[in-house]
Design a protein around this ligand. Structure first.
Ligand code: NDP
Length: 285
């Protein structure tokens, strides 16, 4: 049976629309959510991601914008800028676009962002809170996956979930959120043995690897829910996921496409986290 395709664009549009009354309520109290994005250097993919974030923030009437810094920007200069933004009460969300140029230590930069303004949810405090089941900000991509599941009416309780990929920004927080949603979770990675068999046993399979069409039809269980986080550029313009969509969609019950699946959700969840940050600034918890 052909899988039901999860329309990430539509669900993301719904999530963004649901923010409008919250933004209006904040504005009525004299607060406009402010998301300030820092982009260092001229990585073309990062420039596209940042433009999309900028556009979504503008559409919702946020203040802030993008601070575009040259690739030579020093680490101390960047840390000073972050400190300034941390101290600025008008700023609710700070996002430093990754990857950073090689001479800047990513961990030092992420640690410098105030956890209260860390709308990406990458600060160690926020990672710890997520682990403890009390997230302040859940990272946007895994949070977006959970929203896709909920909006599609997919039951997670007791499901056998396999997350392929263990990065701090996708795989690990994804596994935590699925665990909190009562899945039995396995995290797989490049050293995992018998990966194909492991995936083929999953009721819910999340691929966050960064390898085009790595998850083949044989690795998908009949009736499984397949979530493809991967974004891989193939050739000049084509984007493909980590899952062989054509084959997997013949076996899965639900599947996300690439593009138009998880990617659309990431930005919507960033907007949601920023609104949450602004609401908390008004009524600190
Ligand atoms: P990373 O490169 O940080 O992590 C990739 C993970 O995949 C690692 O844990 C790695 O294992 C694992 N892996 C690599 N090769 C294999 C293999 N042969 N078998 C099993 N596991 C393997 O990537 P990210 O987590 O940052 O991103 C993953 C993908 O998701 C990328 O395509 C990225 O573009 C996309 N992405 C999409 C977003 C969206 O909005 N849709 C947002 C963020 C990312 P190990 O740890 O052992 O090296």
């Amino acid at each position: 049976m052909a899988a039901q395709i999860i329309d990430g664009k539509a669900i993301a549009a719904k999530a963004r629309k649901a923010l409008l009354p919250r933004v209006e309520a904040l504005k009525a109290k004299g607060i406009a959510p402010n998301l300030t994005v820092i982009l260092v250097g001229d990585d073309p993919a990062s420039a596209v991601y940042v433009r999309n974030k900028e556009r979504a923030a503008k559409e919702l009437g946020f203040l802030g914008g993008v601070l575009r810094l040259p690739a030579e920007t020093g680490q101390e200069e960047l840390l000073t800028l972050i400190k300034h933004l941390n101290d600025d009460e008008q700023v609710h969300g700070i996002l430093v676009q990754l990857p950073l140029p090689g001479h800047i230590l990513e961990s030092a930069v992420l640690a410098a962002i105030s956890p209260q303004k860390d709308v990406d949810g990458f600060h160690a405090v926020n990672a710890g809170r997520l682990m403890a089941g009390r997230p302040l900000f859940a990272p946007c991509t895994p949070k977006g996956v959970m929203r896709l599941l909920a909006e599609s009416g997919i039951e997670t309780r007791g499901k056998n979930a396999v997350v392929v990929g263990r990065s701090n920004i996708v795989g690990k927080p994804m596994a935590m959120l699925l665990l909190q949603a009562d899945c039995t979770v396995t995290i797989a990675h490049s050293k995992t043995q018998n990966l194909a068999a492991l995936c083929a046993g999953a009721d819910l399979l999340v691929a966050a690897i960064g390898r085009p069409k790595f998850i083949t039809t044989e690795m998908v269980k009949e009736g499984a829910v397949v979530i493809d986080v991967g974004i891989n550029r193939v050739g000049e313009k084509k984007l493909v996921g980590d899952v062989d969509f054509d084959g997997a969609s013949k076996k899965a019950s639900f599947i996300t496409p690439v593009p138009g699946g998880v990617g659309a959700m990431t930005i919507a969840m960033l907007m949601e986290n920023t609104v949450e940050a602004a609401e908390r600034a008004l009524a600190p918890c």
